[in-house]
Ligand binder design. Structure first.
Ligand code: PNW
Length: 497
């Protein structure tokens, strides 16, 4: 009888009843250029975001820049207390390459850069918080852009030199490494659509060269750690990839194919070379770009080829799958005559959009579609043999309100889908990171779209911090290991969901 009751209970339980597994790890994230400030402090060199925001302020929605941002360059120690009280297991931050190596190359190390990150890391560890470090979150040293940036293959070797400096100076204490954050976004934005520094508009060429260098750099950095540091330091190295879930716009075969092509050419582009059994780019991607290139009159495919050695070096070069996810689109084939070839968009050949009845955040691309998160997690499980996934970013933008009920709704619903993926679909997910710890410089959108669980007053020279309602709700989730829709922190008004 008792077991029958247990069975009935199990079958009727809701996602709200699921708890996070005992070893599940929680954190919050930031990135160097978005929060640090101290853009020219004590020996730091210039990076491509310093140069873009200073030389072309008209490209930034509010003409702002990250010169001071949240001033975490001066506030790292006090911010750790906010992390501690939140109860996170880890803090995901990124190293500023040009703060460590002012001109990008490892022949000149900036002692103040080493000091800054040593202090941050030591303070985190002293407070029981694991540093989870990203090596590259988009702020390429300007001198490396002047030799062509990521499309130049040599930059892979310079990245590995930089990674070596990081392992050498910080690897005794940092055990969790992410090489790159969202290569699809910074390659596409930097070298194809112009939406991220260095803001070049391309034509289906530089974007693939960028990605090729990044994948080679990632593979080499992973192998360097494996051969030189892993035995003594005992840490792990992975990469963070981002994707929307791409839902077919109908159950017609061409729409189903459009969804699949879109995810393969935006995400499989990086995931397949690293996480698939065979390695290399997805075959649909190689075939499509080769075919388009040929009809466009190119003597060879615009997608570069890996050597067999490179395929081997990159295949399996990750100890976990870092995933950034925010939203979902529906996809259908690109209507004939749309888009100007050659371009990445016409290579993919699909058109993706969000439904007009989906809730949208302050960022025009950010539709709230929690079920897409679960579908994506299941797709990754099936496509790459159920790898260990760590959600390295997920979050919602608004205008900065303290009673941020829409952000709380986003976290609660997305975390419920994540719980279903763990408990009902058997996905191997070991951690979750909220983007972001602080309101910060949101790239081309400046300070107009806020993702933080902590409000930052950018008019205050002291950049004062105020925890929002979502900070306390997230804290409660971390403490109780479950989503509780009824939880209302003291001194906040109840949300209407
Ligand atoms: C991520 N999109 O980027 C980045 O890793 C963060 O630095 C950033 O602040 C955060 O998400 C919020 O935008 C994205 O257009 C940039 O879909 C653009 C998109 C998605 C993620």
């Amino acid at each position: 009888m008792k077991w029958l009751l247990v069975l009935i209970y199990a079958c009727t339980s809701y996602a709200e009843d699921y708890v996070f597994p005992p070893n599940f790890q929680f954190g919050v994230a930031t990135a160097s250029y978005q929060v640090e400030g101290g853009w020219n402090a004590s020996g730091k060199g210039e990076n491509i975001w310093d140069v873009l925001t200073h030389n072309r302020p008209e490209l930034i929605y509010d003409q702002s820049n990250g010169d001071i941002a949240c001033d975490t360059y001066n506030k790292a120690i006090t911010d750790v207390q906010l992390l501690k009280s939140l109860g996170v297991d880890f803090y995901r931050f990124s190293f500023s390459w040009s703060r460590i190596l002012p001109v990008g190359t490892s022949n000149k190390i900036n002692p103040d850069g080493i000091r800054y990150y040593n202090e941050l890391i030591d303070e985190l560890l002293k407070n029981g918080i694991k540093p989870f470090a990203t090596m590259f979150h988009w702020d390429l040293p300007q001198p490396l852009q002047e030799i062509g940036g990521w499309p130049n293959p040599v930059v892979a070797d310079l990245f590995v030199d930089y990674a070596n400096v990081l392992f050498e100076h910080f690897g005794d204490r940092v055990k969790d490494w992410i090489t790159f954050n969202e290569p699809a976004v910074f390659c596409g934005g930097g070298y194809e659509d112009g939406s991220k520094a260095p803001a070049y508009k391309g034509n289906g060429f530089g974007v693939y060269l960028c990605a090729h260098t990044v994948l080679r750099a990632h593979g080499k950095a992973y192998r360097l750690y494996e051969s030189k540091y892993k035995a003594s330091q005992g840490g792990r190295v992975g990469i963070t990839l981002d994707t929307y879930w791409f839902e077919p716009s109908s159950d017609k075969p061409e729409d189903i194919e459009a969804g699949e092509i879109t995810i393969q050419m935006n995400f499989g582009w990086f995931a397949h070379p690293i996480y698939s059994k065979e390695g290399d780019y997805p075959s649909v991607m190689k075939e499509r770009i080769a075919e388009k290139s040929s009809t466009e009159g190119f003597p060879r495919s615009r997608l570069p080829e890996f050597t067999p050695e490179e395929i081997e070096e990159i295949r399996g070069s990750s100890d976990f799958f870092g995933l950034n996810h925010y939203t979902t689109n529906k996809c259908t084939p690109l209507p004939a005559g749309w888009g100007i070839p050659p371009s990445q968009w016409t290579d993919i050949g699909t058109m993706c959009y969000y439904e007009t009845n989906w809730e949208i955040g302050a960022s025009s691309w950010l539709a709230v579609v929690p079920w897409g998160f679960r579908k994506l997690l299941v797709w990754i499980k099936n496509e790459y043999n159920n790898p260990e996934v760590i959600i390295t970013e997920n979050g919602f933008s608004d205008k900065g309100e303290l009673n941020d009920c829409r952000r709380i709704n986003y976290y609660n619903t997305y975390l419920e889908e994540l719980l279903k993926a763990i408990h009902e679909d058997g996905c191997n997910i070991s951690g979750y990171t909220a983007w972001s710890f602080l309101d910060n410089f949101e790239w081309m959108r400046g300070f107009t779209e806020k993702f933080g669980v902590i409000y930052v007053d950018f008019d205050d020279p002291d950049r004062s911090r105020t925890p929002k309602m979502s900070y306390y709700v997230y804290k409660n989730i971390l403490a109780t290991k479950r989503v509780d829709w009824k939880f209302t922190p003291d001194s906040f008004n109840e949300c209407e969901f």
